[in-house]
Design a binder for this molecule. Structure first.
Ligand code: BT5
Length: 327
């Protein structure tokens, strides 16, 4: 244990049941306030249960906050969560899900990790995945054509939105795969597919939710664009409640997709999407286009209307809102 960790631990132990502010911990450990969170995480990695509050600071807790497969007993789902594998640390839950899928893992199998050392976003981007977040991947084996795979991203976004709503957060969807709170990204989705041209073998659906991550943990770059449930609520959320609810919501929508019943999910997606109606700039692999986001089709493609009233359909890209309310 580092000397700073030892000082922090001693300060926390001196106040059983009570919070010690970040400023106070920074002064006893002789580090900056933003460095405290890193030391706190080292203590968590060493097995100490530590709760965080944005207003009050940190306190020792008897419960070690770690998700285990037992936490999902009696989930009541039909498919999602058919098997749940939990890791303390992994490169990426999507990578592990792919490995398990290659070994024949069943439809609905879930991989969860406390932290990822190689968390990934789209196009090989890095996904910041420290302790405190909810990082999980599902192996899905729907009998659909590869062209229908974007529907899985849509059902996932709606499921995350519904799970967050159950915990009191009103998130909106930013096309194609982000969830926003107060206009900042709280969750991202990454799907990866394997199969033949006519039929999907499996889809790995990766979902990341910034649950109990304090703002000071984000790099300067992410600070401007990312948020967490802890930052929004000022106190930690129960990740077991969040994860269970998410799997239940995913199960309900996945069953609908398998029945070929997508209309309700599409309607839900449209009403939760904050991109629609906005004047946007879309950065696509072939260049930048500008226009008003007027709709999304059955396959999740965005329909843009330019100043001349001409419409174009885009299946991927990154949106920057130019005019419109970012909810
Ligand atoms: C995504 O990509 O948003 C997909 C993120 C999927 C993460 C999950 S976690 C479980 C599973 N295992 C994985 O390895 N991945 C999945 P994209 O739209 O390309 O956004 C990536 C961008 O978001 C980065 O370039 C950063 O700018 C930003 N970013 C990185 N980490 C973030 C975080 N924790 N919160 C908010 N924004 C983040």
């Amino acid at each position: 244990m580092t000397e700073q960790c030892a000082h922090i631990l001693a300060a926390l132990k001196k106040r059983p049941g009570g919070y010690v502010s970040g400023t106070e911990l920074a002064s006893v450990a002789g580090v900056s306030r933003s460095a405290i969170w890193k030391q706190i995480n080292k203590l968590r990695e060493a097995g100490y249960g530590i709760e965080a509050s944005t207003r009050l600071g940190y306190r020792l807790s008897s419960r070690v906050d770690r998700l285990l497969s037992d936490d999902f007993d009696g989930l009541g789902t039909e498919c999602v969560g058919s098997r749940i594998v939990c890791y303390e640390k992994i490169d990426s839950t999507n990578n592990e899900a792919k490995r398990l899928a290659a070994q024949g893992a069943e439809d609905g199998c879930v991989v969860i990790a406390e932290r990822q050392t190689g968390g990934r976003g789209r196009l090989g981007r890095t996904w910041f995945s420290p302790l405190g977040g909810l990082w999980l991947s599902l192996i899905l084996r729907p009998e659909i054509a590869p062209g229908d795979a974007p529907k899985v991203v849509m059902l996932a976004a709606c499921s995350v939105q519904a799970a967050l709503r159950a915990l009191g957060f009103e998130a909106t969807i930013k096309w194609p795969n982000d969830l926003l709170l107060s206009g900042k990204k709280v969750s991202g989705i990454l799907t990866e597919m394997a199969g033949q041209p006519e039929l999907v073998d499996h889809i790995v659906l990766g979902i990341g939710i910034n649950a109990n991550i304090p703002l000071e943990a984000f790099s300067e770059e992410l600070d401007a664009t990312a948020t967490s449930l802890l930052a929004e609520a000022g106190k930690e959320v129960d990740r077991v409640v969040l994860a269970r609810r998410l799997l239940v919501e995913l199960d309900a929508r996945y069953r609908r997709l398998k029945r070929g019943d997508f209309a309700e999910i599409l309607a839900e997606w449209r009403s939760a999407c904050s991109t629609l109606g906005c004047e946007i700039e879309l950065s696509t692999p072939t260049g930048i286009v500008r226009g008003r986001a007027v709709d999304v089709d059955e396959l999740g493609s965005l329909i843009l209307e330019n100043a001349e009233g001409i419409r174009g359909t885009f299946s991927s890209g990154d949106v920057t809102v130019i005019k419109g309310e970012v909810r």
